[in-house]
Ligand binder design. Sequence first.
Ligand code: FES
Ligand code: FES
Length: 137
Amino acid sequence: MAYSEKLIDHYQNPKNVGTLDKSDKSVGTGLVGAPECGDVMRLQIQVDDATGIITDAKFKTFGCGSAIASSSLATEWLKGKSVDEALKVDNMDFVEELNLPPVKIHCSVLAEDAIKAAINDYRAKNGLEQIKFEESV
Ligand code: FES
Ligand code: FES
């Protein structure tokens, strides 16, 4: 099976690996696990409260190459987007961009779920209502 160059690049040179300050009110943290394999992903966003724009994003993923690549790509996509736009990122966007094979689709779902969890964490910290998401896949 041939993995795409983009996938390999994000896996070998992941962008935005790291940690944002959890105690900061403008930081949202999403921590999710894949029931399929036990891999874990943490994705964080920093939101500019005045504009609702995501100014920074970081991740740490304990998982397979596809999960690392999906989260790396996610952090790149998130920066500069509004929270509302970020909500529209769909796991299939990762599948298409990275050309993930079917057995690796759940890895992209992890990234989508981590974005949503980070947004809800940010909302909770700022007294905003939780968004209810339908199950992905
Ligand atoms: Fe998750 Fe292989 S099952 S890394
Ligand atoms: Fe489980 Fe990729 S996240 S194999």
